[in-house]
Design a protein around this ligand. Structure first.
Ligand SMILES: [Zn+2]
Ligand SMILES: [Zn+2]
Length: 172
């Protein structure tokens, strides 16, 4: 995923857009679970601000598989992740580690690593197959999205049990 900057780096204020389509494998997400069928679309712009080249855009990943935190089922979903990074021409004095920007050399900037990291950071911490996922029954493990179980009817609050006894006794 290399952006050609041979023109944009020569002219302050110049903008150029770019777009890529690739598989998760192409950005090195092969090992990570859930990315096998994913397609990744990257659209963005590189801007010459004078001192730096700013690269910003949006990554859309489709068909990413997640495991739902509540019902533990796998489901496919999309991710949209904005990204941005500043690049400075590599010179003898530039020290990448001391700054919050990256460096470039020559006529190309490779954003593969930037895309990979943005996607990994963006994975939702609370993955839910749907907002109202009912999850698993705490007692029997039934997936309550698919079917219901009778645990709730059988397990009666002890305080209610006393009441039930009482009701029985008073029944004629
Ligand atoms: Zn779920
Ligand atoms: Zn149950």
């Amino acid at each position: 995923m290399k952006i050609n900057i041979s023109q944009v780096k020569r002219e302050i204020g110049r903008k150029e857009s770019f777009s890529f389509v690739c598989s998760a494998r192409d950005v090195g997400l092969l090992e990570e679970q859930g990315w096998l069928d994913a397609t990744i679309y990257v659209d963005g712009e590189v801007v010459n601000t004078g001192r730096l080249l700013e690269i910003a855009g949006i990554i859309r990943a489709k068909q990413v598989r997640f495991v739902c935190n509540r019902c533990l089922e796998e489901y496919s979903s999309s991710l949209e992740v904005p990204f941005s990074e500043e690049f400075q021409a590599m010179t003898l004095e530039t020290n990448e580690e001391d700054n919050d920007f990256s460096c470039y050399q020559g006529d190309e900037i490779d954003i593969t690593e930037l895309v990979r990291e943005s996607l990994l950071l963006a994975e939702p911490l609370k993955a839910l197959c749907r907002e109202d996922c009912k999850g698993l029954c705490l007692h029997c493990g039934t997936n309550l999205n698919l079917t219901s179980c009778s645990c709730l009817e059988r397990i009666v609050d002890p305080r209610l049990a006393v009441l039930q006894q009482f009701v029985k006794k008073t029944e004629p």
